[in-house]
Write a protein that binds this ligand. Structure first.
Ligand code: GH3
Ligand code: MG
Ligand code: MG
Ligand code: MG
Length: 313
């Protein structure tokens, strides 16, 4: 193949910077029968920060897809014994792969192939010989857009923290991880005190501002590895990996102290002050996600019963 690659010194530095975080968070799969092209692409993409795996035929591509999570596929069409076309049905039939971004990278450039691939589910089509910079930019664009969709699907639109659906999904993953690598993990269930009176006194949109303000405080106080989700109306859940109940209680106590001492939110008219009640529960062997949540929720109710504005373990 005739492949051009400009030296990555000037423009390359720029594109690497913008790909940066996205690349280090993304795993790509190359399915192509040409070993020279594969190793060239593999090295280039790795250089740009991506994690990359390769397959030389459709069957081993499917195997990798079942074993690992991928963020994008680069697929050749002309391969032996099965052509790249054989992968489309496989992808379409499985809900986990259905929306996986797919770029066809093919030596066949005729209109019919292009049109067919797009209707079969490809997101982009690049013909060989190709320029690496263009392929990399197309990869970036697809991943970037997908990330935006993920944000919309997994985030609570009002506060920007994760939604309950995402939290449920992550809890399952965390519990699987802990079975293999046992470490303490603690959950906090947080409920704003007398929130209804904020709505009743100042209006529903003031209540919304307060919810955003509390979400901000939580995001500032927690570690990046902690998962913060809006569980329901004025209830938040924080999942803290590598954290015991004692540590979790202390962290939540510090957050509550900040909330008490400062206004969590302000609008044109006033500043809003609140407190919350929280329950903290460390996961222990045998607990399902639902049971674990119930423990934290029960501890939260004890905080309410004992006068609110406190943390219970
Ligand atoms: P407690 O201290 O016992 O928790 O009292 P509370 O008033 O916080 O509890 P309650 O469950 O009675 O009230 C929760 C209120 O949260 C009721 C509902 O109107 C309000 N709420 C739920 N979701 C939203 C929302 O998205 N925006 C606003 N502004 N209010 C919400
Ligand atoms: Mg080929
Ligand atoms: Mg509530
Ligand atoms: Mg409440």
């Amino acid at each position: 193949y005739e492949i051009y690659r400009k030296e990555l010194e000037l423009e390359g530095a720029d594109s690497r910077r913008s790909q940066g975080v996205l690349a280090t968070q993304s795993r790509l799969l190359i399915i192509d029968d040409d070993p020279v092209l594969r190793s060239y692409l593999l090295r280039s993409l790795q250089y740009d920060g991506y994690e990359v795996m390769e397959a030389s035929d459709v069957e081993s591509g499917k195997r990798l897809l079942r074993q690992h999570h991928f963020d994008l596929i680069i697929l050749d069409l002309m391969m032996y014994p099965q052509s790249g076309y054989e992968l489309f049905d496989f992808l379409k039939e499985d809900p986990t792969f259905k929306w996986l971004p797919l770029i066809v990278l093919s030596g066949r450039g005729d209109l019919q192939d292009k049109v067919q691939c797009f209707f079969l589910g490809a997101d982009d089509y690049v013909t060989k010989p190709f320029q690496y910079e263009e392929l990399a930019a197309r990869i970036y664009s697809l991943l970037h857009r997908n990330k935006g969709f993920e944000q919309m699907a997994f985030r609570d639109p009002l506060t920007g923290v994760f939604n309950r659906r995402y939290m449920d999904q992550q809890l399952q993953r965390e519990l699987q991880r802990i079975e293999r690598y046992p470490t303490p993990i603690t959950m906090a269930f947080i409920d704003i005190d007398r929130f209804k009176s904020i709505n009743d006194t100042f209006g529903h949109s003031a209540g919304d501002v307060v919810l955003q303000g509390l979400a901000n405080v939580l995001q500032n106080r927690m570690r990046v590895t902690d998962l913060i989700a809006r569980f329901g109306g004025e209830e938040f859940v924080v999942v803290m990996p590598n954290t015991t109940a004692e540590e979790g209680e202390r962290v939540l106590g510090e957050a509550l102290q900040v909330v008490r001492e400062t206004a969590v939110a302000r609008d044109e008219v006033r500043e809003y002050r609140i407190t919350f009640s929280a329950g903290v529960a460390q996961w222990r062997e045998g607990l399902t996600a639902e049971q674990w949540i119930r423990l934290a929720d029960t501890a939260m109710y004890n905080s309410k019963a004992n006068g609110r504005n406190r943390i219970t373990r």
